[in-house]
Design a protein around this ligand. Structure first.
Ligand SMILES: O=P(O)(O)OC[C@@H](O)[C@@H](O)c1c[nH]c2ccccc12
Length: 267
C-alpha cells in the first residue's frame, strides 16, 4: 500500500465515525453555512497575485515543517501579503491540521479559503461549508469519474468553488467533464513524493482554456512562477516555502513583492 492508499483508507473510516457523531442537520445549522462564499476562481481571473498560500504544519513527505505558529497569525499575514487565496490543511493524522484551523482562519480573514482535504464523501463538503471554506479540493487520483462529477456538482450547489487536482494525463482526461472552474496540476506525485515543476509545463496544453490553470507544490522561487505564467497558469499553490520560515506572512509579502518587481522589469 502506498501512502496515498493509506491516507484514503483512514479517511473512509474517519468520515464514517464523524457521520455517526455529528449529523448533517447540525452542520447545516452552522452560522457559517449561511455565509456568502467568495470565489477564488474570480480572484485568479482578475489581476491578483495568483498566489494561494497554504497553512501546513507537517506532511508525510517532509515530517515537521512548522509546529510553532498560530493559524490565525499565518492567515492574517497571508492576507496582508495580498495572496489570492489561502489553503488550510484539515487532515489531522498526516498533516497536523483540523477543522478548527479552518474556522479560526475564517474568523480572521476575508480572502477565499480552500479546505485542503482528501474529500471522498459529500459529508466533508458540508463540513467545509459549515466551517467557513469557500473552495474545496477534489483529487482525481483517489476518485473515479462518477465520484468526481457527483462531488463537484454537490459543491457547486453549495456555492463552493472546486479545485480539481490532477497529476498526469490519465487523471486529467478523467476530469474534463467535471463542472469545475479550476484544474490544479500537482507537481508532487502523492504516491512517491517526487516533485517536478515540469509536470505543470507538460500538461498545460492538454487543459482546455475554459479551466483556470493552477500549479501546485514545489514552488520555491518567483522565476518558476514567471515560467509557469508563460504556460497559461494563473494560480500558484505555495506551502512549504512560506511555512518553513518563522513568519510565513512576511515570506509571502517578500515573495509577492519580488514577483511584481520581476513583472515590471519584463514589460
Ligand atoms: O508545500 P508545497 O510543496 O508548496 O505544496 C503545497 C501544496 O501544493 C501541497 O501541500 C498539496 C498539493 N496537493 C495536495 C493534496 C493533499 C495534501 C497536500 C497537497
Amino acid at each position: 500500500m502506498n501512502i496515498l492508499d493509506k491516507i484514503i483508507a483512514d479517511k473512509y473510516r474517519e468520515v464514517e465515525l464523524k457521520k455517526s457523531l455529528i449529523p448533517v442537520s447540525q452542520l447545516e445549522s452552522s452560522k457559517l453555512f449561511e455565509r456568502d462564499t467568495v470565489s477564488l476562481a474570480a480572484n485568479l481571473k482578475s489581476s491578483s497575485s495568483g498566489i494561494i498560500a497554504e497553512h501546513k504544519r507537517r506532511s508525510p513527505s517532509k515530517a515537521v515543517i512548522n509546529q510553532n505558529l498560530n493559524v490565525q497569525d499565518v492567515a492574517v499575514g497571508y492576507e496582508n501579503a495580498g495572496v489570492s487565496g489561502i489553503s488550510v490543511l484539515t487532515d489531522c493524522k498526516y498533516f497536523g491540521g483540523s477543522l478548527d484551523d479552518l474556522v479560526y482562519a475564517r474568523a480572521s480573514v476575508k480572502t477565499p479559503i480552500l479546505r485542503k482535504e482528501f474529500i471522498i464523501d459529500e459529508y466533508q463538503i458540508l463540513e467545509a461549508k459549515a466551517y467557513g471554506a469557500d473552495v474545496i479540493l477534489l483529487i482525481a487520483a483517489v476518485l473515479d469519474k462518477n465520484q468526481l462529477n457527483r462531488l463537484a456538482d454537490f459543491a457547486k450547489k453549495l456555492k463552493l468553488d472546486v479545485l480539481l487536482e490532477v497529476h498526469d494525463l490519465q487523471e486529467l482526461e478523467k476530469s474534463l467533464d467535471a463542472k469545475v472552474d479550476m484544474i490544479g496540476v500537482n507537481n508532487r506525485n502523492l504516491k512517491t513524493f517526487e516533485v517536478d515543476i515540469a509536470n505543470s509545463k507538460n500538461l498545460a496544453s492538454k487543459i482546455p482554456d475554459h479551466f483556470i490553470k493552477v500549479s501546485e507544490s514545489g514552488i520555491s522561487n518567483t522565476i518558476a512562477i514567471s515560467e509557469l505564467k508563460e504556460y497559461g497558469y494563473k494560480g500558484f499553490l505555495v506551502g512549504e516555502n512560506f511555512m518553513k520560515t518563522t513568519d510565513p506572512g512576511k515570506a509571502a509579502t517578500d515573495f509577492i513583492f519580488e514577483l511584481e518587481t520581476q513583472f515590471k522589469k519584463s514589460v
